[in-house]
Design a protein around this ligand. Structure first.
Ligand SMILES: Cc1cc2nc3c(=O)[nH]c(=O)nc-3n(C[C@H](O)[C@H](O)[C@H](O)COP(=O)(O)OP(=O)(O)OC[C@H]3O[C@@H](n4cnc5c(N)ncnc54)[C@H](O)[C@@H]3O)c2cc1C
Length: 349
């Protein structure tokens, strides 16, 4: 007689990009998955990074990072074309995956950059401009539109029978060897075979009483959104432009993101006038026509900051049925598809 296989019940804690893709991968492997999200998935409520980010699918100046960071980021980026096509085909929501390329303007170390690109098979066009000096165009760099990506993923998860438990917050976990049940703020206790923490910047608070050794803290980023859709802008960029820690990201419909800040201010979701002015000055120095363009939105989000930008993708060191997929810092959107594959393999294989 054939042995019946009982599907693993998994609770994923946090419904950002990392949690949603982890849930999708686990569901594809036959698990019964529930995502628990304290707010709403694919919404902007109080600093969720996946809604707030710029959507660039590539590290900024990758030659400045450790090989592990770039390996995970490049692997994640390579999975996006198929993922976005699937999301569009199966949900009708277009995450607007666009290979817009990224233009890096001075100052940067051109020799180091060209060497890294050659070693990693990344196409790079190096050229000089009269008053600006070294420029580097990376034509393969792509972007997505975060809110649409998240909406499409939410829809796909519903179609894949993943349970979404929204407006439900898990309470900080007490130390234990095995989780029998995890308390929510509604007084319920959630039971599962396996739990996965994907709660981004909030992961340390959730697990600080366990021996997780998680070094994750919120790093605020502010972004401005310009609307150039109603005016003829001769210099509207087709590429993402990066200069000196700052970027402009042109969207298909004439909107343009300008960001971002990197601030260590705890869980303060404010946007500040000082940073708005600083971002506007930088944006206008790259694209002078922005002096006459309207800023239609200004927001902030919390990156799950970690030393060296290295996430934790592992089983908890002492709680046998708890796994961690968190701390992706500046490149969580880019890394998430590869990170989800790794944690799903750890849980299921
Ligand atoms: C301004 C800015 C620009 C960025 N630009 C880029 C970029 O261009 N490219 C790139 O690759 N990355 C970028 N990032 C980084 C990227 O957005 C993050 O690394 C990534 O979104 C992290 O995803 P996450 O799912 O871990 O976290 P989040 O999206 O923050 O999701 C965590 C979720 O967990 C929920 N949660 C927390 N605690 C609990 C609890 N106790 N119970 C239930 N739910 C809980 C939260 O509500 C939240 O929804 C940017 C980030 C910011 C802020």
């Amino acid at each position: 007689m054939a042995k019946s296989v009982v599907a693993k019940k998994v609770v994923v804690v946090g419904g950002g990009i990392v949690g949603c893709l982890t849930a999708l991968k686990l569901a594809q492997r036959g698990c019964q998955v529930t995502i628990v999200e304290r707010n709403q998935i694919a919404a902007q409520t109080s600093g969720e990074a996946s809604w707030a980010g710029a959507g660039i699918l590539f590290p900024l100046l990758p030659w400045m990072y450790k090989d592990e960071v770039n390996a995970l980021a490049l692997s994640g980026a390579s999975l996006y074309p198929a993922l976005c096509q699937r999301l569009l085909d199966e949900t009708g929501i277009d995450p607007e995956y666009t290979q817009s390329g990224m233009l890096i303007q001075p100052a940067f170390n051109a020799a180091l950059a060209l060497d890294w690109c050659a070693k990693n098979n990344i196409e790079a066009q190096h050229f000089q401009t009269q008053n600006q000096g070294n420029n580097l165009l990376l034509p393969q760099v792509a972007q997505v539109r975060n809110p649409r990506l998240m909406q499409a993923l939410k829809q796909l998860l519903i179609q894949q029978h993943v349970t979404l438990l929204e407006s439900t917050q898990l309470e900080p976990l007490a130390n234990t060897h095995k989780i029998d049940g995890w308390k929510t703020n509604n007084g319920d206790v959630l039971k599962a075979d396996v739990f996965v923490v994907t709660s981004g910047a909030w992961s340390f608070e959730l697990l600080k009483d366990t021996a997780a050794n998680l070094n994750v803290k919120p790093m605020r980023g502010q972004i401005l959104l310009y609307d150039l859709s109603h005016q003829a802008v001769a210099d509207f960029p087709t590429n993402i432009i990066y200069r000196d820690g700052f970027y402009l990201v042109p969207r298909r419909d004439g909107l343009l993101l300008a960001g971002s800040t990197l601030e260590d201010v705890g869980f303060d979701t404010s946007t500040t006038e000082a940073m708005r002015q600083a971002l506007q000055l930088k944006a206008e120095s790259i694209l002078p026509s922005l002096k006459h363009a309207a800023v239609i939105k200004h927001w902030s989000g919390f990156r799950p900051g970690t030393p060296d930008n290295l996430p934790t993708i592992a089983q908890h060191p002492s709680i046998e049925n708890l796994f961690l997929n968190t701390g992706h810092f500046r490149y969580g959107l880019t890394m998430a598809p590869a990170s989800a594959e790794r944690i799903a393999a750890l849980i299921c294989d």
